[in-house]
Design a protein around this ligand. Sequence first.
Ligand code: PXP
Length: 253
Amino acid sequence: MMSVPVLLGVNIDHAATLRQARYREAGRTCGQFVEPDPVAVALLAEQAGADGITAHLREDRRHMQERDIERLRESIQTRLNLEMACDKAIVEFALGVRPDSVCLVPEKREEISTEGGLDVAAQQGRIREIVARMNGAGIATSLFIAPDPAQVDAAGATGAPWIELHTGAFANAYHDAAARAVELARLRRAAEHAAQLDLVVNAGHGINYVNIREVLTLPHLHELNIGHALLARALLHGIGGAVREMRARLRGG
Ligand code: PXP
């Protein structure tokens, strides 16, 4: 029997991180020539086979801006997955933009990236309400959770159809074989448990070209969301051509 390939969601946040590093003010409106344009990156990712595009509208707007999300909605042809905190204003924004799915994540301003999973058990009521509103708008909700059985149960009780297992602890433990095995086993148990509850199992955070081999041994995986490793690889592969092109301009080419 042929196994179904795991889908690839490409997280393009760091294209906007690079833009904001230079064009913080202009990037807010996206109304001038500012580069790189994350929408252009998304379209190229789709051409290369991305199954979906993921972007996170953070409360501090450190990378993606509202206009980016709107333009992604207007432009991409696969699926738009909007990562967001359980914040009232962002919920209203999402309902207006209508991504195909939202992924609810915890947010702390001081964190570098989304460092922990959502504590679904501690905010069941609030999450249930958001899930119901998204369901009503035809938007699937995913909950970004640690591979913890209590969180999987809590996620199942909200009515959300999907979870995204946080693979960050596994990725951080990667160079310690014993710790890595422990984290992989936690992920495996959580995936099995979620599948028993009929939750669609996605995973993401810290997945790269090396650790993906073990990640793919997890059962029931539907989609992986990968960002940093892809953007880092794109820089490495692209720098040679970019320099050659500028050298050609210097020579009047
Ligand atoms: N999934 C979620 C919910 C995330 O918050 C992130 C980081 O923004 C990712 C996946 C992608 O993580 P990485 O950039 O480490 O691949």
